[in-house]
Each structure stands twice: as C-alpha cells, then as structure tokens.
Design a protein around this ligand. Structure first.
Ligand code: BG6
Length: 331
C-alpha cells in the first residue's frame, strides 16, 4: 500500500471544539491498575488488587501518598502504603463470631476488584470549570477476584462499590457496602491512608483535641486527647472517636496535618465515619515489617485513617452502609 503524504487524520475527540479538555483514564499494560489524569496534570493510580490507591500526584508530579519501596503490588499480599481498604473487620476480632476467622483488616484489601467505569465532570452532565474524574470499583460475594478467605469465613451476600474522585486540590474516596442477602451482617470500614510527609518530627496533627481514644501502644487504654496538636515522637497507634460528619463544617472535627513552621499540608474531612486512626510504626516496628522500605521510611509517613471501627455497623438485608473521606491539599 502506498502511504499518502497528507493522509487525513482521525478526529481527536479529546480536543473537540467547544468541549473543555477532559480527564484521561488508562489501564497499565498488564491490566493491573487504572490511571486517571486531569487535563491540568494531577494523577491518581489505583491497583485493582484491593482497589488500593497507590499514587496521588499534584500537577507538578509531587506525590502525596507514601508507598513502601518493598510493597507487593503483585497480589501476593496487602499493599504497604497508599490507601488500602479495611473491610469488614479492623485488625482482628477473635471475640466476634462473624469475623473471628478473617485475616487482619479483612479481605477487601486482598481481593481483586473490578473497574466499573469512570465519570468526568462533563460525562456527569456538569461541564464545570473544575476538572474532575471519578473511578468506580466493585467487589461482591460473587466476584471471581474475591479473596478465598472471604468465601470460607464470611458467608454473606454483599456488594461493595468504592469510588475514587480526583479534583485539582483533593482526593475523595467513598465506599458503599450493601447487604444483598437476608441475614444481617456486622462490619467495620476504614480507609487506611498513608499520607506522605517530609519529616515526621515536624508534623502537627490538629482537630483531635478533646476526643477520646484507645491507645493501642498502651494496653488499649482509653484516654482523652488534651493537647491541641498531636506530634509523633515514637510508635503511635490510636483509635480516636470524633464527630462522624465533618464534610460541611468549616473546621469542626476536620483533621489537619501541618509540617515544618506549621506549613499546612492536608485537611481530612469525613462523611459518616466517626473514627480516625493515627498510626506510625516508628523504627522498631518498621524494622520488623518485611514489606516496609526503606526502614527509615516511617519518617516520611503518617497514617490518618478515617473509619467506622469503634463499634460494629449492623447491616440488615437490603440495607447498606456508606462512608467517605476527602483529603484536601493545603498550601
Ligand atoms: O500491618 P497491617 O495489617 O497493614 O496493619 C497496619 C496497622 O494498621 C493500623 O490501622 C492499626 O491500627 C495498626 O494496629 C496496624 O499495625
């Protein structure tokens, strides 16, 4: 065939006149992850294994989440870093008959989810100035990618939808868990976010004053937070109980992370999630975790994990539980 010099080009749909530029959504070559990019350059990357957000970058390419250099991304174990999803049990619950045989933090983070599709600000019918992309992922009791431990030890009919929404200045992740069977089930939900920080010794966390918390590094004693700011100076593992819904409030109950010279970094708001776990393994625990690297990486991370883990959510047949977090970048 003879190549024509001025061969007509197919129309470039992303630059159709009159339409604002749209987000792009691509799959990695091995189909293991979905990558979304806003026309302004912000990106988010979600591994189908666990529907784990493993990267969130601003337009300059600056990474906002911490991901261990030794994290397994091949589906052989839960991802160390990013945003693993904890469901239906936080930690382990040997005294809770329904979940006692499930692995630590449940099976959502160790199952392969299905990518259900995307919506952009335009396809959602809102051609707004603000570029937005939402990625939806699903996992159900009938899914081929479900961790076999779920089938073996959690005999409920369920459906999970997890949505990851990227905007220029924020990332929202929300989960809906529905009970598709007739027997009620109990569940806990937590979004185990590893925030990337420059230097943990300069980090201040605000928004937790007066909240009660369970101090897991002090024999799970219940305490009250008296300090206006929390600093991390050693192994920290606390389950705070706070106002559940902070999505519309100005500052009330939002958890804010600042760094050196009180430079604001992140503001975490929650919808229907009344707990915030703050976790940093510090040096010794990090040393003991095979998938934690570099070993001094605990200096570059702090987990601020919105969840509903203080009590069990009982979900009746046909009902659902829904919760969300929004992490907003502060400048
Ligand atoms: O090592 P995992 O299973 O990912 O858990 C990490 C941490 O997750 C936190 O949410 C828990 O409060 C900690 O107790 C736990 O150590």
């Amino acid at each position: 065939m003879v190549e024509r010099a001025n061969k007509p080009k197919p129309p470039n749909l992303s630059s159709t006149p009159g339409l604002p530029p749209q987000a792009t959504v691509t799959f990695s070559e091995d189909n293991s992850r979905v990558i979304a990019e806003l026309p302004t350059g912000e990106t988010v990357e979600v591994l189908l294994y666990g529907a784990t957000v493993i990267s969130w970058k601003d337009a300059s390419g600056d990474e906002k989440l911490w991901l261990s250099e030794a994290a397994k991304l091949d589906g052989s174990r839960a991802v160390r870093g990013g945003i693993p999803i904890v469901f239906p049990v936080f930690g382990t619950a040997p005294d809770h008959p329904q979940t006692k045989d499930l692995p630590q933090h449940g099976f959502a983070r160790t199952s392969r989810w299905e990518f259900l599709g995307k919506s952009t600000s335009e396809s959602a019918g809102r051609a707004t100035d603000e570029p937005t992309v939402k990625l939806d992922f699903g996992l159900s009791s009938a899914a081929p990618g479900l961790d076999p431990k779920a089938t073996a030890h959690w005999p409920f009919k369920f459906n999970l939808i997890y949505s990851v929404t990227l905007k220029r200045e924020s990332l929202t992740t929300s989960i809906v868990a529905t009970n598709d069977g007739s027997a009620p089930f109990d569940c806990q939900v937590l979004l185990h976010t590893y925030l990337r920080v420059k230097d943990i010794t300069t980090v201040n966390i605000t928004g937790l004053q007066n909240a009660t918390y369970i101090d897991k590094v002090d024999a799970s004693t219940t305490k009250q937070e008296t300090a206006p700011t929390l600093t991390i100076t050693g192994e920290t593992d606390r389950v705070y109980t706070t106002t559940a819904d902070t999505s519309d409030a100005a500052d009330d109950g939002a958890v804010t992370v600042t760094e050196a010279n009180n430079t604001p970094r992140f503001r975490v708001t929650r919808d229907n999630l009344s707990n915030v776990v703050v976790w940093n393994p510090w040096a010794d625990k990090a040393e003991g975790m095979a998938d934690f690297a570099p070993k001094d990486g605990y200096k570059q991370m702090v987990c601020v994990e919105p969840g509903s883990v203080g009590a069990w959510q009982s979900v009746e047949g046909g009902d659902g539980f829904e919760g969300a977090q929004t992490i907003t970048l502060l400048h």
